[in-house]
Each structure stands twice: as C-alpha cells, then as structure tokens.
Design a protein around this ligand. Structure first.
Ligand code: ADP
Ligand code: X15
Length: 377
C-alpha cells in the first residue's frame, strides 16, 4: 500500500477521502467527533508539506435519491473548521467547488453513481485535484467511486489513519492470543451477517447482540414483535444456527418505540410481544457475555448491544464496554457507534485499539482484501 511517504504533494491540490460519518442527535449536533479528530494528522501533514489546497470527499448516512438536508455534511465541515482553525467551505456540488485552503464537497452519496463505483463520477472527482489520498478507513470496505474508482485516476496513497488502522489491526490479529472472542451487534445487520460465517472460522466465540439477534430468533421460530428484523438476514442466520461458537441473547429489554421516554418492559426470554421491539439485551445476557469477555485473550467488538443512545436501553452495551475496559486481554473496538458508546461511558481510552471502522475492521479480520486499500497497492 502506497502511503504519504510515497506521494509528492508540494504545490499540489490534494483530493482527500475522509470518513466523517459521525453520529448526530435529533438537532444535528455531533455526539462523537472521533472520526473527524482521527483525520487531523493527515490533513495537517498535507498542509505542512505544502499542498496548495485540500478538497475533502466524505459520506454521511445512507441517503437515497439525491440531496437531502438531513444528510448534509455541514455539521462535520463546521466541526473541522473549528479543529483546524481555518475556514472550511462546503461545496453543494462538483461543478461549483471554490478554490481555498480546505474545501469540503457535500455528501458524495448525493451523487448518482457513487455507490455503484461509477467511472464517470470518479473522473469528475479526479478533475478537482492533482493527487488523491484515501484516509477513510471506515469506508475502505466499500468499492465506491470516491474510495475505489478515483484511486486509479490520480497518483494516490493512503493517509496516516488508513495506514495506521491496517497496520495495527493486522498486527493484533496476525497471531491473536486465544480465546479470540468477537462481539457483534448494531443495526447494519444485512451488511454484517454475511461476514459472520468467515468470521466464525477465525474466532473461538462470537457473541451476538443488538438487532443482529432477531434474524436468528425469527429463524428459530420465535416472535420478534416490532423489532428491527431485516428479511435479508434470515437465510444467512439459518445457515449459521447450530454453530457451537455462536452465542445468542437469552433475555431482552423491550420498548414500545425507539424513544427514550417510551414504555419499557424487561423480558425473561427472547420472545418479543406484538407491538414491542427488542432494544437491548437483558441483564442475564449481559452477565454471561461479560464472563466470556473476562476469560478471553483477545476481544474484537463491533456494534452496540442495544439502542445505547437511549438511556433505558444502554445497560447491555455499558456492561460489555465495562467488561472490555476491565480485562487484561487485547481489546479492539471498531465502528462509529461502538466508539461513540465507549466515549459515552468514559471508557474510550481503556481499550487496546479504538478503530474508526466497524464493517471495515470486521472484513479485514475476516481476511478479506478491502477494495479501498487494494486500489492503493
Ligand atoms: N435492538 C436494536 N434495535 C434497533 N437498533 C439497534 C438495536 N441495537 C442497536 N441498535 C442501533 O444500532 C446502531 C449502531 O449500529 P451499527 O452502525 O451497526 O454500529 P457501528 O457504527 O458501531 O458499526 C445504534 O444507533 C443503535 O441504536
Ligand atoms: O459508519 C461506517 O461504518 P461502520 O458503522 O461499520 O463503522 C462507515 O462510515 C461506512 O458507512 P456505510 O456502512 O454506510 O458504508
């Protein structure tokens, strides 16, 4: 992988792909800016090496069908401006990118072709600069126009964050201290359930939480009520059931709605009544998972155990976070929301490696080549 050591940037305009997919609250305030902070060393290095300007590309959320103010990168651009102490203009489209020290383009997922890795769109990105740097580790598992196609059109290299993430994760997981325990939860079930099979070959135990458990429960014939349960997860879940390395929740906490002031009901088992949604693992599960983590040699965690942003459903995620903080094992936590959860509990500095990528680190550990990384080789 080419790095900043291999790229001449003096006097050049640099196109930088960053992962500023940060968690936002209902008022669009950033609740955890770790991903923006993590990109600063690369941005500062490029400016110190005399780049004539930086044009930043990033995505936020998963907008469908063109520009949508709900998915604007404005909060991220403003936060970056504060952190760099310079103006950061936000260009709404690619035909209107002003010259400037640091300029951000609006959410790349507003553009037709981004997620299809369009060559035409990549050419429009490439026209904005002289060289390309990818520092978006969290999006390196996506073969998208701003992470893959564009890398072939300009002299390109990995930024310091991408470089450090790949080196650190490969180092930790080359010969992990056993048992290797993986904790997988969150809401991106369709994405992640597919990688679990290969993952189960690497790990000794995989603990399932978050919305990831519902396709398994549904496949077993349990009631899932109004829980987040994507149809696409059912077949992969069925194929994994019976794997003895797999641990599923044995109790849950349910709510009437995805809201902090909703009615809450602890469930002894895993059947979710009609009109209720499972929003956290229960205390029995949290304790069992905590003991398994305590006995591990290496723990990798991606995806919260429940809707931790909502106080009534934070306990399962907090228990796992505390177990991670308390163990002497090598601990790796990846993902925007998982990192935000650790920060919320004040435990961000208590793990061996806090990765900016959830899906990306899962795929790296599974042994897959990340398209965003491969394009820089
Ligand atoms: N049981 C659940 N039902 C609905 N959403 C959930 C549940 N458990 C966790 N979540 C949500 O999952 C989101 C994080 O998932 P994900 O993006 O996969 O994690 P990460 O960003 O760490 O990779 C959080 O916003 C959380 O509210
Ligand atoms: O948040 C991200 O991934 P993660 O939730 O797996 O850490 C990345 O920004 C990638 O976003 P995507 O999963 O919508 O492609």
């Amino acid at each position: 992988m080419r790095t900043l050591d291999d790229l001449d940037v003096a006097g050049k305009r640099v196109l930088v792909r960053v992962d500023f997919n940060v968690p936002l609250d209902d008022d669009r305030n950033i609740t955890d800016d770790a991903r923006i902070q993590a990109a600063l060393p690369t941005l500062k290095e490029l400016r110190e090496k005399g780049a004539s300007g930086l044009v930043l590309l990033a995505h936020l959320g998963r907008p469908k069908g063109g520009p949508d103010p709900k998915f604007s990168l404005k909060p991220a651009a403003d936060r970056l401006a504060e952190l760099l102490g310079t103006d950061v203009a936000l260009a709404p489209d690619l035909d209107d990118v002003p010259a400037g020290d640091v300029v951000m383009v609006e959410n790349v997922r507003f553009f037709e072709g981004e997620t299809k890795n369009s060559e035409d769109l990549a050419r429009r990105y490439a026209a904005l600069a002289d060289v390309y740097v990818n520092d978006a580790f969290g999006a390196a598992h996506r073969a998208h126009a701003s992470t893959e196609a564009v890398a072939h059109l300009l002299p390109s290299a990995a930024g310091r964050l991408l470089e450090r993430e790949v080196t650190t994760l490969n180092g930790i997981l080359e010969d992990p201290k056993r048992p290797l325990v993986a904790v997988v939860g969150g809401a991106k079930v369709t994405d992640k359930i597919g990688v679990l099979e290969a993952f189960l070959e690497q790990a000794d135990t995989v603990l399932i939480g978050g919305a990831m458990c519902f396709p398994f429960f549904k496949a077993q014939g349990h009631e899932v009520g109004a829980s987040l349960c994507e149809e696409e997860g059912l077949e992969p879940a069925k194929a994994l059931l019976g794997n003895e390395k797999l641990e599923l929740p044995s109790d849950l906490v349910a709510g009437r709605a995805f809201s902090a002031d909703t009615e809450v009901q602890p469930l002894d088992g895993i059947d979710v009544p009609e009109g209720w949604m499972g929003l956290d693992v229960g205390p029995g599960t949290a304790e069992r998972y905590g003991s398994i983590i305590a006995a591990a040699g290496t723990v990798f965690w991606n995806g919260p155990m429940g809707a931790f942003e909502l106080e009534p459903f934070a306990a399962g995620t907090k228990a796992v976070a505390e177990a991670m903080a308390a163990t002497d094992a090598t601990t790796v936590v990846g993902g925007g929301d998982s990192a935000a959860a650790l920060a919320q509990f004040g435990l961000a500095d208590r793990v061996s490696h806090l990765s900016t990528g959830g899906g990306a680190s899962l795929e790296l550990i599974e042994g897959k080549e990340l398209p965003g990384v491969k394009a820089l080789s």
